[in-house]
Design a protein. Structure first.
Length: 126
């Protein structure tokens, strides 16, 4: 549990259906204190570039620009291929953020994002 704005952000990636036979990847960043959606990116692939774009959108939204940030900010995610890739971890490190990974098979540790995705998918069923 966080008690301070921008102490910890949660991120994850999910697939959403776009039409009858097409799906897209949605990356999301949420502040764990305020539960505010800070950044998101929708793309046709679930690459680390999609997650990185959502992160950069969140940083610009919250701080007004990209650059190295010196206040402690943890970025929590699952330990999947996207978030543990060399490209993504280098980006996180370049901005001065700290990565936290959830324990495998415990999605409740990233419950804010997981619940958002669940609600989104429940609302989008026709």
């Amino acid at each position: 549990m966080t008690t301070r704005l921008d102490e910890r952000w949660a991120t994850d990636l999910t697939h959403v259906w776009c039409g009858e036979d097409r799906r897209a990847s949605l990356a999301m960043i949420i502040d764990c204190c305020t539960r505010e959606i800070l950044g998101w990116r929708l793309s046709d692939n679930g690459s680390s570039k999609t997650a990185e774009a959502a992160l950069e959108e969140a940083l610009v939204y919250r701080f007004g620009a990209l650059g190295r940030f010196h206040q402690p900010l943890a970025l929590r995610s699952v330990n999947g291929l996207v978030f543990s890739s060399r490209h993504y971890t280098a980006t996180v490190k370049a901005y001065g953020l700290t990565q936290e990974f959830t324990t495998p098979y415990t999605p409740e540790q990233n419950g804010l994002v997981e619940r958002f995705f669940r609600s989104l998918k429940e609302e989008c069923i026709w």
